[in-house]
Write a protein that binds this ligand. Structure first.
Ligand code: ATR
Length: 277
């Protein structure tokens, strides 16, 4: 009998039952024969601090953080990656042997790797990117596009002030455009990204008209439920390359898994099918 510790990882959020992360990480744990566990944990905001401090003592080596804790966790972490600091939110934690909490944000990494996997010819440098939405997901996308040398980012949001805040945080390559003048910018956009929740099941439809779009544009939607959004259907009808949102969910999990379990997991179609089933 050995006394080897079984590594534990959890996803913390509220509500948490809808999270796909346990399915995803458990698939990789099985695939690579790793003796570890990944579990969902319902945690209230008032308890986040205490839960995180206790976790390393209970055998946890890391955690994912989801709604509504992604911003709050920044105040609790001992060390924060540059990209998480720029985004203002973290989704991936590693616990040091002394219980210190290292916080990172892998959403932008997931965004870029998803496009690269499905449209390898695409580059952030292809031309201006047009982003719809200015929430946490949008901030992660902006950060990753700038890191990949995007020449210019046009950002638009129903609540303009949130877009203005992103522009002032991320600098001169980010420009705010009016929510009602998107049409004027579509012909010159190399990449169009929906980072709003519009088009998601239970939410209103995203109603922008893609007629002005060039067929050279790549269109991607962060919404993955449904997998085929109206935006993607419209874009394909115009002859554009499209990338759906489920791959971002999978790819954002790669850096965490590899850090916790020392295996770089591959993103295969069986995993994608599992998440969609
Ligand atoms: P996330 O962290 O997933 O980005 P969020 O911070 O709640 O979530 O952001 C949701 C995004 O969808 C925001 O850009 C939001 O616009 P507002 O900042 O104006 O709220 C956008 N969104 C949600 N519902 C919308 C609607 N009915 N019309 C337009 N935009 C909407």
């Amino acid at each position: 009998m050995t006394n080897e510790k079984i590594p534990l990882v959890a996803v913390l959020g509220s509500p948490i039952s809808h999270s796909k992360s346990p399915v995803l990480h458990s698939y990789w744990l099985r695939k690579y024969g790793i003796n570890g566990h990944y579990i969902p944990m319902e945690v209230d905001t008032v308890d986040l601090d205490n839960v995180l401090i206790s976790m390393p003592k209970m055998g946890f080596i890391g955690a994912n953080i989801t709604i509504p804790h992604k911003e709050n966790v920044m105040k609790i972490a001992d060390k924060i990656s540059d990209r998480a600091a720029m985004i203002g939110a973290a989704n991936t934690l590693s616990f040091g042997s002394n219980g210190r909490i290292y916080a990172d944000n892998t959403d932008g990494y997931g965004f870029i790797e998803n496009i690269r996997q499905h449209q390898p010819e695409w580059h952030a440098t292809d031309g201006p990117s047009l982003i719809l939405g200015a929430g946490g997901a949008s901030r992660a996308v902006v950060s990753s596009l700038l890191e990949k040398s995007a020449p210019e980012i046009w950002i638009t949001n129903r609540t303009r002030a949130r877009a203005e805040k992103i522009a002032s945080d991320f600098g001169a390559r980010v420009k705010v455009i009016d929510w009602f003048s998107v049409n004027k910018f579509l012909p010159d956009a190399a990449t169009v990204i929906n980072a709003t929740s519009l088009g998601m099941v239970g939410k209103p439809e995203l109603t922008i008209d893609l007629k002005p779009l060039s067929n050279k544009t790549l269109v991607t939607d962060l919404v993955y439920n449904p997998i085929e959004t109206h935006l993607l259907t419209q874009a394909r009808e115009r002859g554009c390359r499209t990338v759906d949102g489920v791959g971002m969910l999978i790819h954002q999990a790669v850096p965490g898994f590899s850090r916790w379990f020392n295996v770089q997991p591959t993103v295969d179609t069986a995993l994608r099918d599992l998440l969609l089933s």
